[in-house]
Design a protein around this ligand. Structure first.
Ligand SMILES: *Cc1c(COP(=O)(O)O)cnc(C)c1O
Length: 371
């Protein structure tokens, strides 16, 4: 699905030098590379504060811990996402409220959000799924109208742009009150281990969060709030610092590969390819996900695996159907799109190193099977 080895070959000198620097200087934790990467990412994103942490799941949890949410507060998020999004809501004893997604962009349904709002609702967590920006104009509008926080799950869309209705361009993850991202190796900006970060433009929230990631300390050995230990280590920061200047090129390579996939695959009526019809939103193709509408998705998956082509189902089971997140208030008819997507989606290999020959082999194999 990904080819991190070939990508590494091209940035080997910078990455190795960064790692060497950490080893020579013994600055494993909170070293200068962490601060340099943080500053570089703030500049790249155009956001006031980046707070690095240990992984994307922690980033989501810490972002929520930083807001004044109380047990029982309702947090609306998408039924069709990776479990981490909903897991942290439940862990903090907030009440996750799952809503359906839209068929065209697979992101949280605006109607779904509106219908799910109750007096207990405190926050919305849009996920920029597979790298496509959610409809932030509308989400911010709903949030402002009902006085809700917006916590962006930006684990899959770092570097994606969003152009708002006034033509203002910003990076996704800098639009809500706070955002979380992941530097898991296969993410668009990945390190060689675990890593994550929280972004915010709110000085006060940034201060609170900086304490939370460090055991709730604002002054050494004074624990003002219950915190966690969540750090990005210096070696990972060095890897990320070396990779960040390439992020736009990486995202472009993904988008270019997606376009080639689309051109080849859209000839078959049983395949629905991701739309390139952008309307202020952007897509950085963390995953290239198509829908197979003739009921042969599982057969195609088995066929591709047999031919040695990696592929995967993101996600096979809706969150509302998972034991851990079941709730009497959910009815099947509230999730027609997620239920459909879980049966139809398949992700093809997507990374920065895909070449034309690989894309042709993959698309030929898919088309031959579905003809
Ligand atoms: C990867 C991912 C996360 C979690 O990130 P980790 O670094 O693996 O903890 C959260 N949300 C989404 C949508 C993700 O894809």
């Amino acid at each position: 699905m990904v080819d991190l080895k070939s990508q590494y070959e091209k940035i080997k000198d910078e990455v190795n030098a960064s790692i060497q620097d950490v080893l020579e200087n013994n600055t494993y934790i909170n070293g200068p590379l962490v601060h340099q990467f943080q500053a570089n990412l703030e500049k790249y994103l155009g956001v006031k504060h980046v707070i690095p942490c240990a992984n994307g799941t922690d980033a989501l949890q810490i972002a929520m811990m930083g807001l004044d949410l109380k047990p029982g507060d309702e947090v609306i998020t998408a039924d069709f996402t990776f479990a981490a999004t909903v897991e942290v809501i439940a862990l903090l004893q907030l009440t996750p409220v799952l809503v359906d997604v839209d068929l065209d962009n697979m992101n949280i349904s605006l109607d779904g959000i509106r219908k799910a709002i109750t007096p207990k609702t405190k926050a919305i967590v849009p996920v920029h799924l597979f790298g496509r920006a959610a409809n932030m104009d509308a989400i911010m509008e709903i949030a402002n109208e009902h006085n809700l926080y917006v916590i962006e799950d930006n684990a899959q869309a770092i570097g994606a742009n969003y152009t708002d209705k006034n033509g203002k361009k910003s990076k996704v993850g800098t639009i809500g009150q706070v955002a979380a991202t992941s530097f898991f190796p296969s993410k668009n900006l990945g390190c060689y281990g675990d890593g994550g970060a929280i972004f915010t433009n709110d000085d006060n929230l940034a201060h609170i969060i900086r304490g939370i990631v460090n055991h709730g300390m604002y002054e050494r050995y004074h624990h003002d709030v219950v915190g966690v230990n969540s750090r990005l280590d210096s070696i990972q920061a060095g890897v990320l610092k070396a990779k960040l200047p390439n992020l736009d090129a990486y995202n472009l390579a993904r988008k270019t590969a997606a376009k080639k996939y689309n051109e080849a695959l859209s000839v078959n009526n049983n395949i629905v390819v991701p739309s390139f019809d952008f309307n202020g939103d952007d897509h950085v193709f963390h995953q290239y996900v198509i829908r197979i509408t003739n009921g042969k998705r599982d057969a195609l998956l088995a066929h591709l695996q047999e031919k040695g082509i990696p592929c995967a189902i993101y996600y096979p089971i809706p969150l509302h159907s998972q034991k851990a997140y079941a709730d009497v208030r959910y009815k099947e008819e509230d999730f027609p799109v997620t239920n459909q997507l879980c049966k139809e989606v398949i992700a093809l290999p997507m990374h920065t190193e895909l070449d034309d020959e690989q894309i042709k082999f993959i698309t030929d194999t898919v088309l031959e099977f579905l003809k």
